[in-house]
Design a protein around this ligand. Sequence first.
Ligand SMILES: [Zn+2]
Length: 461
Amino acid sequence: MRAAASAVAIAMSCLVLCQAPVQAQNKEATKPIVLKGATLIDGLGGKPIPASVLVILDGRITAVGSAKSVKTPPGAQVVDLKGKTIMPGMISNHSHIGIVRGLKAGPDNYNRDYILSQLRQWEAYGVTTVTSLGLNAPEFYDLRAELHSGKAPGADVFGADRGIGVAMGAPPAAIVPVGPSQIYRPDTPEAARAAVAEMAARKTDLIKIWLDDFGKMLPVKVKPEVYAAAVDEAHKNKLRVAFHINDLEDAREALKAGADIIAHGIRDKEVDASTIDLMKKRSTWYVATLALDDSNFIFADRPKVTADPFVNRALDPTVKTQLEDPAWQQKVHDAPGSERARKALAMNQKNLMTLYKAGINIGFGSDSGVGLRFPGVAEHRELDLMVEAGLTPLQALTIATSGAAKLLKLDDRGVLKAGRLADLVVLDADPSTDISNAHKIAAVWHRGRPVAASIGTFAQR
Ligand SMILES: [Zn+2]
């Protein structure tokens, strides 16, 4: 019921707010907009500010604070947000674009129109920046330029070009059957260096390496001399390296080779003191992707999840049919892989808390865009699972906003502060008191413009 109400709220607030962009795009582009009266979560973890004032000019925040400290500029368009809460747009450090459409993965999905529809979906769910962490085809670079400049609607996008895996191994062709222009599988250190040099020449944001045999499902892993050469070449090109790992041992090897980002949680064993030391020494970032294992059983264990309009409206019809099929639910519920996934999630949550308490840099990502991790929905699930692990809602939100921006070295977003992009989510209730309130999206603003209309766009897909 709650989620149904919030869907209505999105539609209603759009009636009010969606007129603003027309003005903003026309002659009155320099007219300031003031968001007034909302409880404000700044993204840095500070105590929410009641009855706040936030001033936007030309897509950026020019002032933010209490009604006492910030004056409404003359001639401003004032939007009354009394009773609402605003927080920065979320930033994903681990997603994929153009991989899965409905239930099918394939190279044809990597096309402009489909990717833009995914980016609009992320944005409508309050994720205003996304990192496509590998498996990107050449089209990525034109898309990135369009999204960076704001010429195309949707979440802004950063990425890790193709990334480096291994022939016969990860990333598994059975799960992600990508085209040859979406992955490198070098067999020698020289070939790995050449691959990194090509990605650097295209000006990738990050380098991705897969170091995993998927529970011994795959016969090989990337050889140590190959990934060591890739890391070295990346660092020579001033690029940071994100490692896909599952096991503690692989995480340790990646760290010793110079990993800058551990792009999945450690899920086989408890993280130990010496691994924490390795991470501290290199100021490594850690992205748990709790939603990954969760997505392998949650729709079977809790079939009602699919009925929630917040989830339901993101689902492709073929996905909906599968998730609502009792036979499919039973089969997945009983599958040995689901039991492994439940245990992996529990270990992942435990390790996340250990690393958080040890002061390790924590990023935000759910590995959305692959499997049953639907853009936007998966990020909200990640927030829920972070809180279930033991973080406070405010800690989880801080990771998903300013923390994730810091991982990407972006100092223009992730925080509601003067000078930053006006990327923000308007909510009907305060998520710092209950994380499920983050589902109550009334509007999403991207670069100073309300984009809540995109909810309707993707719902009609
Ligand atoms: Zn991934």
